[in-house]
Design a protein around this ligand. Structure first.
Ligand SMILES: [Zn+2]
Length: 421
């Protein structure tokens, strides 16, 4: 078995690994990497569609799924993922094409062609393709998200995609119940970072929400539409939060997808309770009216780039009774990062100081350092290890530490490297 690294080497984004299983070529993920504002996106190394026998998408995030339609310009290949991953990928790729018109080498017809070739797979369902057999396992990272366990000629590869080993209020923990493996490809995003326990972040957020309500303000939670928005609603519901919760934007479409796939949630009842008791905004005219009394507004975009977040920010940022809770990583150059660092937002070309109280909370969807090492300690066998999907320090230090702690042969590959097992 050969694995060629097409992307996600010492970087977060454009994941792609081409696995040659004695002549059967499987592509694991094929994502995009978004450039800084104004610069074009990056892609994994090019592969010819005719050289790919099947594609496996671990989860819907665009850095894992976003470039798959490029393989459907002229050809047809089987593409495998869980049912929620297909639904969410379609939604996110459509949205990407709408926002970044003409900047990708494909458009809606190719996405539709990809969906026509979709082969939905449930967790632990064994799939045989040529000389390869694989199955998807729960990753705890995002709804429908999976890891890949792939076997060929008695060699076994485990690819983590993105993982949150402990799961979350929305998702069950990662599934590590399998036998010895020969190669581990692991994400490294937060290998050098320790995160606050999730319960503590939840407590802090609920406290902040109640403080803002007590002073008759509105709390704005700009949030990723996939899962983080729903998780915020569930956290507040679980804490018996008494005030109105408003949900807006693409998060509503994601709600519908999650309702369609309840078995992929840790507790579909809490999810249904949280969403059914919140107010969904469908029309612009409803927005202002909905905020007439103290409430929480959950709306994308998580980094305040576009979406209805811009409207809410302008309505809510300049009143000191209000609060803004940033619950996602704020990328460099985004309005969210600027707000955190300078306390200012740009409105109509001018930088204005925000008077609402701004706080950041840790709700990462990725395993932190402790969770990653805990995951490695549960891996059976004496695998070679490739550390990917992290910045250079996160990948190289992680590889070195894995070697020191567990004795495994570990390294941070470069793009175009091939490893044979
Ligand atoms: Zn992800």
């Amino acid at each position: 078995m050969d694995v060629k690294v097409l992307g996600a080497a010492n970087e977060v984004g454009r994941s792609g690994f081409l696995v040659n299983c004695e002549g059967t070529n499987l592509l694991l993920d094929y994502g995009v990497m978004f450039g800084k504002r104004g610069t074009p996106p990056d892609y994994p190394l090019h592969v010819k569609p005719k050289d790919v026998d099947g594609i496996v998408i671990t989860h819907a995030h665009l850095d894992h799924s976003g470039n798959v339609p490029s393989l459907f310009v002229s050809g047809n290949t089987d593409v495998y993922a869980t049912p929620p991953t297909f639904d969410l990928s379609k939604l996110l790729i459509e949205d990407m094409l709408k926002i970044e018109k003409n900047s990708h080498p494909f458009d809606l017809p190719e996405l539709n062609n990809m969906m026509r070739n979709a082969k939905p797979v449930e967790y632990k369902q064994k799939v045989t393709k040529g000389n390869a057999t694989f199955e998807l396992r729960e990753s705890g990272h995002v709804v429908g998200g999976s890891t890949v366990l792939l076997e060929s000629e008695n060699k076994r590869l485990f690819y983590t995609g993105d993982i949150k080993t402990n799961g979350s209020r929305m998702l069950r923990e990662m599934d590590l119940d399998f036998d010895e493996i020969d190669l581990l490809i692991t994400e490294s995003t937060y290998s050098q970072t320790e995160q606050k326990p999730r319960k503590e972040s939840e407590r802090e957020l609920v406290e902040f929400a109640n403080e803002v309500m007590d002073r008759k303000g509105t709390l704005f939670i700009p949030s990723f539409s996939v899962e983080r928005s729903q998780e915020m609603a569930c956290i507040l519901k679980n804490a018996n939060f008494k005030h109105r919760i408003i949900m807006d934007g693409m998060a509503l479409k994601v709600n519908e997808i999650m309702f369609k796939h309840p078995s992929y949630l840790r507790d579909s009842k809490i999810f249904a309770d949280a969403i059914n008791s919140s107010l969904s905004i469908r029309e612009h005219s409803e927005r202002k009216r909905a905020m007439e009394e103290p409430c929480v507004v959950i709306s994308p975009a998580g980094m305040l780039v576009g979406g209805n977040a811009v409207y809410y920010l302008q309505q809510l940022a300049f009143d000191d009774r209000n609060g803004i809770a940033l619950v996602s990583y704020q990328g460099e150059g985004t309005p969210g990062r600027k707000l955190l660092e300078t306390g200012k937002v740009s409105t109509r070309g001018r930088d204005l100081s925000v008077t609402a109280e701004v706080k950041q909370f840790e709700f990462s969807g990725h395993a932190d350092r402790n969770e990653l090492f805990d995951m490695i300690s549960k891996i059976k066998g004496n695998p070679k290890v490739m550390t990917v999907h992290g910045d250079t320090d996160s990948c190289t230090n992680f590889a070195q530490e894995i070697h020191e702690k567990f004795g495994f042969e570990a390294y941070a590959p470069n793009v175009n490297d091939t490893i044979t097992i």
